[in-house]
Design a protein around this ligand. Sequence first.
Ligand code: DXP
Ligand SMILES: NCC(=O)COP(=O)(O)O
Length: 241
Amino acid sequence: MLTKLSVNINKIATLRNSRGGSRPSVLQAAIDCQAFGADGITIHPRPDERHIRYSDAREIAGIITTEFNIEGNPKEDKFVQLVLEVRPAQVTLVPDDPGQLTSNHGWDTIKERTYLRDMTEVFHKAGIRVSIFTDPVESIVAAAADTGTDRVELYTEDYARHYQQGREAAVATYVKAAQVATTHGLGINAGHDLDMDNLGYFTRTVPRVQEVSIGHALIADALYYGLENTIQLYKRAIARG
Ligand SMILES: CC(=O)[C@@H](O)[C@H](O)COP(=O)(O)O
Ligand SMILES: NCC(=O)COP(=O)(O)O
């Protein structure tokens, strides 16, 4: 099973918003990423719309030829309403507070089990696959299964942070977390701070990763190598392992 690459285009929107205009077009970027080989498009509209706007989500939904993944915190009613309106293939539930610079932790699936089960049911009723953002902690991943979620997304910042010092140690908790996910019948996604250097080892070593969502490093690389070439480089990193 080859891991799918979902390109997170948040940072295209960051650049667009920085001048108050419409350039670069986020919609065109989504169209092009799919044409260049992305297996999906991911966005993470935050309550302050610092990059992706809710209007972007509505427009992108109309040009999706791959898979659309919308990330966000369902404790924001506006987010839930948007997802139910847009009906992406997947919603990824991320427990970010509104003012966070970026995502930096997964759900406490033990404490939030009832809440997450209720929200999973809401999105399932709309025919939307659910993925829950979790740290690579075996007990947390096991508890995610009690919510009825389809998948967990393993939060990979810790892996990326420690990759250079020793990739075997950096990936160990993710291998175990993935094994627990599989044992509990959960699909496995992964994301955050993955890049061209650390990606192949992760997808080669962690079993049954169905999808990685990558944005910040990929868009930064695209400034040097071009978007089409960069997407192909990331796809080859996965294929080469
Ligand atoms: C959930 C996750 O790890 C990423 O989608 C992250 O939320 C990216 O958000 P920013 O692009 O706002 O950093
Ligand atoms: N879910 C992770 C994601 O969508 C992108 O994270 P990053 O590559 O921008 O760190």
